[in-house]
Each structure stands twice: as C-alpha cells, then as structure tokens.
Design a protein around this ligand. Sequence first.
Ligand code: ATP
Ligand code: MG
Length: 360
Amino acid sequence: MTPLKIGATIGILGGGQLGRMLGLAGAQLGFDIHIFEPEPDCPAGRVAARCVTAPWDDRAALADFAAQVDVITFEFENVPLESLAFLAALKPLRPGTQSLTLTKDRLIEKQFINSLGIATAPFVAVDGPDDLRPALAALGPNGILKTRQLGYDGKGQMRVTPNADIGGLATLLADQVWIYEGLVDFEREVSVILARSLTGEIVHFDVTENVHQRGILNTSRVPAAISSDLSERAKTHAATLAVQMEHVGVMAVEFFLTRDGSLLVNEIAPRVHNSGHWTQDGCHICQFQQHMRAVAGWPLGDATRHAPAIVMTNLIGEDVNLSSDTLAQEGVFVHLYGKREARAGRKMGHINTVIDTPHK
Ligand code: ATP
Ligand code: MG
C-alpha cells in the first residue's frame, strides 16, 4: 500500500475526454501517463507521454502496456472484463474488477443496489421478444427498454408509451438482453460524486443537479436546489455503494428525486463523471485530480467548493464553435476535448460558468 512515487507512471484504459482530463490532472501531479485505446488519434493520447493503439483483446499489447506502468485505471466501463482481469494479474488495477462486475450490466447493478436496501426505478429483465408483454403487464405501458450492457448517453434505449406498436418493438429485442424500467415521474435528477482512497477514506463533492435532454446530460448545477436532509441521504447511499463495491477512485451515483420526496438510484458510474466536470473550476481539488490521488495511493485532497454557484454546460456537436462573446465572458471556463469531428450528439467540450450569487 505504499503510495506511488513522484514521477511514476499511471496507465489509463480508454482514450476519450475523461481519459484526457484524467491525464492532464495526473500530469499536474508529476506522473507520466500512458493511454490504451483501440481508436487511433484519440483525445487522451494527444496529451499523454505514450499511447498504445490496439484492440482490447490484444494480449501482447496489454502485457506490454502493463509492463511500462506502475498502476492501471480506466476512464471507460466497457473495457471487456477478460482484458481487465488479465491486466489486474500483472499490475495493480484501481478500481478493481469488482467495481465493473457490479455496474456494467444494468440488471446486476440494480439487483446489487436493491440488495443493500436502496431503491431504484421498478425494473424487470427482458431476455427476448416473448418477455415484452409480461414486462408491460407488470410495470405498465409507460417505461424505457434499456440494453443491459454498453449503453451510454441514452444510446441503447427505447421509450415505451401506451400506444406503442408492441409487436414491432418486440422484433427489435431479438439480438440482446434488456431490462424494462417503469418511467419515473421525477421532480429532479441529482448525482453524487465521491472519491474513496486505498485506505477507505471517502470524500464527497457537493450534490449536483442535472438536466438531461434526449438522454444526454445538458447542464449540471451546484448547489442543487434540494434540502440538506436529502443531500445527506444521497451522499450516504453513494458511500454505502462505494464501500460495498470496495471501490478505489472516483465514482458517481445518479439519482431521481420523485415528487413524493423519495430518492431512487438511476445508475452508478464507477469512474469520473460528466456531472462532476464543474469541480474543475468550482472546487479546490477537482474530480480528476482526486481520482489520480486515489489511484496513486495518496491521501485525498480538499473537495470543498469555493465557487458560490457554478453551472456546467455540455457542448454537443456544433455547440463547440463558441462565439467570441462566450469566450470572453467573465466567469466562463472553457474545456474542449480535441475531437476532430463535431458530429451531432457527440460531446465535444463543456463550459463551466462561475456565478457569484447562488441561484434560488
Ligand atoms: P449516461 O451514460 O449519459 O448517464 P445512459 O445511457 O446510461 O446515460 P440513463 O442514465 O439510464 O442512460 O438515462 C439517461 C436519462 O434518461 C436519465 O438521466 C433520465 O433523464 C432519463 N431516464 C432514464 N431512465 C428513466 C426512467 N426509468 N424514468 C424516467 N426517466 C428516465
Ligand atoms: Mg445515466
């Protein structure tokens, strides 16, 4: 459990924007960063000391990657478990495979959350077309079908409504396993980002309030307009999950707050999270540095918020072409990911806007 030495090397699996921001934070702490990513010319690779471009199942490339780093982490939860297990046998992997096993399949994840007495949206497994009608009969005709694995940013999801063509929908379910979730009539969505160190210390960031559009996060704002009691409950749930997962590093828990005041967990992300990007300009230590500290076996840093209020706005697709007015605006901090192509629905960057007077 000795902390990583100054100037050691941290390997990151996944080369997207989260890997890039983790890499930059790690570099600030003096570490060398190596990235492993199947896609060439990735955003993280261009700010790292080394980038390996190889498929996830290339054992020789994985072994060579492991040989050149002191510890391995990930920015992306869809790294195949076999590759993670292979790497974990060669070098410390933080968080460990357990964090992934419990969260990468929506059915296993929700059963795990419920097993701790923490509520989720109602759900049933849909293993194929024949399970659709019984699922609708059990939970009602308003809901969402989600693939059990590999979904993100609302991808792999189908909204079900009372006048949906059930026969047509059923034919789309054949190649994968799904869950059907009852639609939650939520008042707000909030998330908790926390870090857990190698010694089990937990540090929370302030609860964040999130607004999604078409399944993609649009804005996150802090402070969340919820009572301190609710915010403490959300933090306690997130800590319980982190401890049970034996998680090391940053993780996020997304919640629905229902109109009758219940908190339901939507999902767990066993990594740094888009709804924690405000911490870069709102806190003494941001989520990315906090994660690198945890991975390095260092003590966690001070996660106190110094901004009275802050709003993070995602730049999706062409939003990345910011006007000169926005670029020059007081209190605006720009973060762009260096993606070559501004495709529709693609996260290209974000801006953090610090506000001197907290919103009501
Ligand atoms: P991401 O990876 O961006 O968090 P995802 O693809 O994993 O997204 P979810 O978090 O499951 O998707 O859903 C995205 C958004 O869709 C939620 O934040 C919420 O706004 C809405 N949503 C998802 N499930 C439900 C539900 N059961 N009831 C109401 N709204 C829902
Ligand atoms: Mg989500």
